[in-house]
Design a protein around this ligand. Structure first.
Ligand code: TMP
Length: 255
């Protein structure tokens, strides 16, 4: 196959030109970073798992009527997606207090929030992705008021659906980050869910033990990061092909 032209390399993914105009190949790396890339490492097999988990989640969300950039998975580490213009915002939804919310506002760790909270961060590594208000977003033109309403509505619907989906497999969806993109559709611009949904950008706690099953294991040096990601995939019923059915590697305790 002809070598694909690389368009962009991020911390966890590489984007290549797709086979047809308007398409992109998203390659999932094993690289992991935290704290705005101050901490760097690799999580063996992470790219394969995140590719599968993102495929699974985006396919479920599309079935629910949430438009996404996802077209199809190509192989173990790559998926074909529609080319979009990424909105420069990280949309975070929180159900349980932890992470920056507890640090910034002194809220008690583990508190079940009285209602789901949506936050927006401006995507700018040099600034450390600062928390911004709706006023900043619309005044500086990062998104229009309609786009903001659209993203917030989708984020809350996604939260409702995924909270139930994870609860059914014994996992609490604590919080997560989404990114959206503008898709040129004939003469219309539509907002669609883009990027990925994986344990790299959400917090998942085992409902019984409270064990962390996400990138906090890497951020906080808790060990067995791979095992935790594998266990999420195993509970979703999507362990990658190479591990085959009957391989219960991921079902061991993640400690
Ligand atoms: P926070 O508590 O550190 O603000 O993180 C909130 C959620 O957003 C959590 O699920 C992790 C995710 N996240 C990212 O995906 N990328 C980031 O750069 C940060 C800071 C958080």
């Amino acid at each position: 196959m002809a070598r694909r032209r690389q368009i962009y390399e991020g911390k966890a993914k590489v984007l290549f030109e797709g086979p047809e105009p308007g398409t992109i190949v998203q390659y999932f790396k094993d690289d992991a970073t935290a704290f705005n890339a101050l901490k760097k490492g690799t999580i063996a097999g992470k790219g394969v798992l995140n590719n599968r988990i993102t495929e699974y989640v985006f396919t479920k969300l599309a079935a629910l009527g949430i438009p996404t950039h996802f077209i199809r998975r190509l192989n173990m580490r790559e998926q074909l997606v529609r080319q979009v213009e990424i909105v420069p915002l990280e949309v975070v939804v929180r159900n349980i207090a932890t992470g920056s919310l507890t640090k910034r506002l002194g809220i008690e760790e583990g508190l079940q929030l009285p209602r789901s909270i949506v936050e927006y961060y401006y995507k700018d590594d040099a600034l450390g992705d600062p928390l911004v208000s709706e006023e900043h977003i619309t005044a500086f033109g990062w998104a229009t008021p309609m786009e903001l309403e659209d993203m917030t509505g989708m984020a809350l619907r996604i939260n409702d659906f995924l909270t139930g989906m994870f609860a059914a497999i014994g996992i609490k969806l604590v919080d997560f980050k989404l990114e959206f993109g503008r898709l040129m559709d004939q003469d219309m611009v539509r907002l669609v869910l883009a990027d990925e949904f994986s344990p790299d950008n959400c917090r998942l706690w085992d409902a019984e033990t409270g064990e962390k099953m996400d990138k906090d294991r890497f951020r906080q040096d808790l060990g067995n990061v791979e095992g935790a990601y594998q266990e999420v995939a195993r509970r979703l019923g999507i362990m990658p092909e190479s591990d085959g059915p009957g391989d219960h590697k991921g079902s061991e305790s993640i400690q």
